[in-house]
Design a protein around this ligand. Structure first.
Ligand code: IDP
Ligand code: MG
Length: 141
């Protein structure tokens, strides 16, 4: 198992000013933040990032939402980071998310669900590289 994951605080949570509380949750859960920035995706960049979902019925809604405003990509490290982070964020649909998860507290719908988390070690590597192609920070945090 790997130790990296990529989080993205989505436009809904950025607009609602929930990023401070969400970052606090992430740190309290024991993740190390190695990279963090505010970014904004073009529609084409959102389509590239979510290309794996291009056949899904919600692809248009997802990519237009993810390019609708600022986002906060965050590179994370922890033992078994992908699984640990998906446990912290909860189910895709907040109606199904466990009490105490980030999506249970901050998501408003299955589409506008506050936060992204990588779903495999392989995708974590790709997703971190998508947002942080030059990792020039030493591991000294
Ligand atoms: P995940 O984010 O929990 O891994 P995925 O199935 O990978 O969920 O879907 C990616 C994203 O697409 C979700 O986080 C959500 O924003 C959006 N999405 C998933 N299912 C639906 C849907 O049924 N309607 C609208 N948006 C959806
Ligand atoms: Mg996914």
């Amino acid at each position: 198992m790997g130790n990296k994951s990529l989080a993205i605080i989505k436009p809904d949570a950025m607009r609602a000013n929930h990023f401070g509380k969400i970052i606090d949750r992430i740190l309290t859960a024991g993740f190390k933040i190695t990279e963090l920035k505010i970014a904004r995706l073009t529609l084409a960049q959102a389509e590239t990032f979510y290309a794996v979902h291009r056949e899904r019925p919600f692809y248009g809604e997802l990519t237009s939402f993810m390019s609708s405003g600022p986002i906060m990509p965050i590179a994370l490290e922890k033992d078994d980071a992908v699984t640990a982070f998906r446990d912290l964020i909860g189910a895709t649909n907040p109606a199904e998310a466990t009490e105490g998860t980030i999506r249970k507290e901050f998501a408003t719908s299955v589409g506008q669900n506050a936060i992204h988390g990588s779903d495999s070690d392989e995708n974590a590597e790709k997703e971190v590289a998508f947002f942080f192609p030059t990792r020039d920070i030493q591991d000294n945090l």
